[in-house]
Design a protein. Structure first.
Length: 191
């Protein structure tokens, strides 16, 4: 699981375990602290690519907006993960969690997640638009937002009968009644 690089041990996944799809959520929990962010998909580890500056600005501004406007029983967060199952974890761009939140953890159970947000980047289009929403829905996460860049556009989905249904989308102002009363001017999260 390691390789030598310029006198420093750098973590890399074991190629045999990758081919066998043999990683579990327990393996993810045991990764060294300096391991890059990874997602576990059906037993295969994938490094989560670092987002570009615009993506980060949107994410930071969205989490700050949610933090200011969400009810007291909810907490906005970023750069944390969700355990979807024994062989699957996800690293959404932003989350809205039910309180209380244990800040000592990196991963949260789907039952604590109210809203998962993915900001689509060129390298993650297929995963953010198709694969991740299906996994969040299967885990029972009640709300999912997808944010497209260039032009900035937010799509909001609610879980209905195990699938996400589009409830609103906007490039100007997102207006929703769930997970709480929301009137989010899209300009407030623009980079």
């Amino acid at each position: 699981m390691t390789a030598e690089a310029a006198g420093h041990i750098v973590w890399t996944p074991d190629p045999t375990r990758q081919r066998l799809r043999a990683y579990t959520v327990e393996d993810v929990f045991k990764l060294p602290d300096d391991t890059p962010r990874v997602e576990l998909t059906d037993g295969v580890l994938s490094v989560v690519p670092s987002p570009n500056g615009g993506h980060q600005r949107i994410n930071w501004r969205l989490v700050a907006w949610l933090d200011r406007h969400a009810p007291e029983d909810m907490e906005a967060s970023l750069a944390v993960g969700v355990v979807i199952g024994y062989r699957n974890t996800l690293e959404p761009d932003a989350l809205l969690l039910r309180r209380p939140v244990d800040y000592e953890h990196h991963f949260y159970e789907p039952s604590q997640v109210v809203l998962a947000v993915e900001i689509v980047s060129p390298g993650t289009k297929r995963r953010d638009r198709l694969q991740k929403p299906a996994l969040y829905a299967a885990a029972g996460i009640p709300h999912f937002w997808r944010i497209e860049q260039n032009p900035l556009h937010l799509f909001a989905y609610d879980l209905v009968d195990g699938r996400y249904e589009l409830v609103a989308d906007s490039a100007d102002e997102l207006v929703l009644t769930a997970p709480f009363e929301i009137k989010l001017p899209i300009a407030d999260i623009a980079p």
